[in-house]
Design a protein around this ligand. Sequence first.
Ligand code: GDP
Length: 199
Amino acid sequence: MEIRKASFLLSNTDVSKCPPPTLPEYAFIGRSNVGKSSLINMLANNNSLAKISGTPGKTRLINHFIINESWYLVDLPGYGYAKVPRSERTKYENMIRQYILKRENLYCLFILIDIRHEPQKIDLEFMEWIGMNQVPFVMVFTKTDKLKPDEVQTKIELYTEKMFEIWEEMPTYFITSAVKILGKTEILDFIDEINLKAK
Ligand code: GDP
């Protein structure tokens, strides 16, 4: 699949105000600065679709985009940004939780992970919570151009080991780089396949 048309639809802070759940929906989430805006822009061939934030954690809204007039792409706020005051963090983390649990047309959550770091507790705990609530998800390793191919492999093996402490199998994962345009076809084909099955 190619994204021919991508338009911003609306932003809100409340799952009940999202567009009617009539189309398949795919949401993207990860720690602030993980490269989420860059990945979304890469998928959409549009360098200004999702704002590439100068200030990490700036976007705290559920942002809906309509793609090819047939599915929704959702840019969720980044989590785990320490500089945000606790009261505010609780508020938008709660918003994210409500969205994930209540959005009936959410077909898959894409959890972004910066390949350069060791497995982070916050990501592991988030995935555990997602799994407990039986929300379908995949992992997306970002910024892989920053490591050598064998280092990428080592990091993925490390993650696989960590995941096996909780999971019986490694979730589907994608190796991406917004700089080298890596993983784009794989992610879009994955979405396309689910969309076809949903028809
Ligand atoms: P967000 O806060 O998760 O939306 O992250 P951004 O997309 O704004 O990216 C955060 C920073 O990482 C920016 O300086 C980007 O240029 C950089 N970045 C994002 N993706 C990549 C990538 O694939 N490769 C490299 N080298 N840098 C990236």
